[in-house]
Design a protein around this ligand. Sequence first.
Ligand SMILES: [Zn+2]
Length: 323
Amino acid sequence: MILAGNEQIKSLTAAMISKGREPHSLIITGEHGQGRKTAAKYIAAAMLCESGTGVPCESCRTCRMIKDGVHPDFMVLKANDNGNYPVDDIRAVVADAVVAPNEGRVKVYLIPDFDKSKVTGEQVQNILLKLIEEPPDHVVMILTADSREAFLQTILSRTVCLGVSPCSKEECISYIGSLEKYEYSDIAQAVDSLGGNIGSCIDFLEKGLIYNAVSKARQVAAALLSGSEYELLKALTECDGAKGLLRMTLVQLCLIIRDSAVSSFGGELIGCASHTSQELSRKYGRARSEKLYRIISEHIARLDRSCSKLLVINSLCAELSAI
Ligand SMILES: [Zn+2]
């Protein structure tokens, strides 16, 4: 199980396992695409690997089965389409946890993307609480989310929290290159647009949602630069397509605008349109760029509060044009 970068997680995992101090509950936090699930798989493999060294050997039967998602003692729960976990599935985990492992010395349950479980999140944690408070010796529970805020204090106080960190651009290129699936020039373009977020870069290379979001964000940024309210409205309206596209486009747009604010004093550019960012910086200057950034962030928050996409687009267009 290859986990790119994240040396701290690797060394901590090895130390905990070699000293026989494995936690029964872990929370892994980090931005989407930064490898939360991969880190969880790495830790499961480290705990179950036949080498017993605390570092997955990647070649034993157990490591290969975990990598392929078929190990009977590593269970990954799936949320339904809107990101929530059916409470019956969680009750089934609690019931299953008392049964001894099938092959390994521990059973690892992974419940990923907890931040998306807005409706059942709290209920699920309350069902899991007893298991997390008094886990059988053979049970390890791993939960992941974008931040610790997704969890109740009672859960946080009984778990070890680990944060995944973004890889360097070099680590990202080297990892994606090792998959032997993409052209080097395409990988370089993805990393140049999205930095060291491996998940986002792979989604970009697969021409997934993020690929479209990057392209739309560049269009919106170009419309801002042109100063045409019509072009701006047109570019924003075109984002109202696939589920999640508008939000992801605005997140990418935020990074472009953030770059326009920092480029005036030579800050590092992290967005997907560095040339446009510099031109926007010349047009708007730092203070107005910061205002644009605030406006876009506020509209992302409105989308998160389930405001109508059409209303968000109209309001955003009007406010951006007024700057
Ligand atoms: Zn192994």
